[in-house]
Design a protein around this ligand. Structure first.
Ligand code: AFD
Ligand code: MN
Ligand code: MN
Length: 429
């Protein structure tokens, strides 16, 4: 193992907080016991929960106006892995990294896998990129990718996705996440039916290249960069495409990819009902695909989403193996701090969803007792689960207070000395 932070540093930081944590954990334990809930059982479930981090989220994001890099931010996949290892070492909830190609391209993927493993990391879903042109590429994606009217462009996009599968095999991934920026900005620009036909035909070629134990996760998005229509615009288009492609195709929900105020928890329930819920990209938003930190704007929505995910887990349909990832753009914070805070918000929403008295909820629902059904959710949402999360982290070797331990490590300052180049992050996503 080649872990980035010293164990002593984490132990020292924990020594300051451990007495208070034990007190808080026992107090919460007594409170939950009165409701018939064993706190250790919840803690164990939380301990087995994990969410992947995106390699591109380790660099500072930006907007189409500007990007403001910070000294010491990672400039290549190796440095990104190092930063992701810091997040995992402190939080113990982010053991996998989701790579993005060609951004994370290297010449030796077996070596990259070993490098990650020595840092205590594995690889999650592989993300393809057919929304940007790359240097030396034969065809432009200006006309779209999998749905382009240009056959050679579609072929290039198919080939790139197949290459991503090949890379993913070497990295130990089992999912290919496909988001295309394909769409239009003007009424009449494209034939809405034929562009979907082209997408389905090209996506089927990618699907056919999937190994048996792989899945293709279709990520829908209703706008941006195309603002009049997108080819896979919503969960309806996504599930229809996934159903047409076959059992290995599933839908991936990114919290920022819907119309304002859409009931995303209901989308979760719908997709699961048909065995098509494949994964989640967590972030938060105020206006659009803002990629703000998870739970920073609407923590209640995050809880309601997890409430449906827990229901889904209790009533599995097909092979329910949701792939969870943080998908955020960190424009004004240190990305490590944002991901530590987001991982806590996500695991915390899961913990709260586990605290829902399902029997009370279902009985109230059956009896049409609206207020008591809502209260079953509200009671769980109101519990401060911080001691459960901290205890799970402590037991797994992580930090009780992840942000305090991170700041004590002076990681970014140290990296600012070592990592000379600044501002060559993943780009604006
Ligand atoms: C873009 C999309 C989407 C996707 C990401 C990586 O909006 O969220 O997951 O690119 O391909 O940000
Ligand atoms: Mn996403
Ligand atoms: Mn997005």
């Amino acid at each position: 193992m080649n872990l980035p932070l010293s164990g002593e540093l984490i132990a020292e930081a924990n020594a300051r907080d451990v007495a208070a944590l034990e007190e808080d954990y026992h107090a919460l334990g007594r409170q939950l016991e009165r409701k018939g809930i064993a706190i250790d059982a919840i803690k164990d479930r939380v301990a087995s929960f994990s969410v992947a981090v995106p390699s591109w989220g380790a660099g500072r994001g930006g907007t189409r106006f500007a990007k403001f890099p910070i000294p010491g931010e990672p400039t290549n996949v190796h440095e990104k892995l190092e930063d992701c290892a810091v997040i995992q070492q402190l939080s113990r909830v982010t053991p996998r990294v989701s790579p993005h190609f060609p951004w994370d391209k290297v010449s030796d993927y077996a070596a990259l896998r070993e490098e990650a493993s020595a840092l205590g990391l594995g690889f999650d879903a592989v993300n393809s990129n057919t929304f940007q042109d790359q240097p030396g590429q034969a065809q432009t994606y200006a006309t779209g990718s999998l749905s382009s009217t240009v056959a050679a462009t579609r072929a290039q996009a198919v080939e790139h996705n197949i290459e991503c599968i090949e890379i993913g095999r070497q990295l130990g991934s089992r999912d290919l996440t496909v988001w295309v920026g394909d769409g239009t900005n003007f009424p009449g620009q494209q034939d809405l039916a034929r562009s979907l036909d082209r997408y389905l035909e090209a996506a089927a070629e990618v699907y056919d290249a999937l190994p048996d134990d792989w899945r293709m996760l279709l990520e829908h998005k209703m706008f941006e960069p195309a603002f009049y229509s997108t080819v896979i615009s919503d969960w309806g288009s996504s599930i229809l495409a996934a159903q047409e492609l076959g059992p290995k195709a599933k839908c991936l929900v990114d919290l920022g990819h819907h119309a304002p105020n859409v009931n995303i928890e209901q989308i979760v329930a719908r997709l699961h009902r048909f065995g098509k819920l494949g994964g989640f990209h967590f972030n938060d938003s105020k206006y659009g695909d803002d990629d703000l930190d998870s739970g920073s704007i609407n923590p209640h929505q995050l809880f309601l989403v997890f409430n449906e995910l827990v229901e889904a887990e209790l009533n599995p349909r097909g092979d329910f193996r949701p792939s969870y990832m943080i998908d955020q753009s960190h424009n004004v914070t240190d990305p490590i701090e944002s991901m530590l805070s987001s991982a806590e918000a996500i695991a915390g929403s899961f913990a709260k969803a586990l605290l829902v008295d399902r029997e009370a909820l279902h009985l109230a629902q059956e009896a049409n007792d609206t207020m008591m059904a809502f209260q079953a959710l509200r009671r769980a949402y109101n519990v401060d689960v911080a001691p459960i999360l901290a205890k799970a982290r402590l037991e797994a070797g992580g930090a009780i207070d992840t942000l305090a331990a991170y700041r004590a490590s002076r990681w970014r300052e140290r990296k600012a000395q070592e990592r000379k180049a600044v501002g060559l992050g993943a780009g604006i996503v």
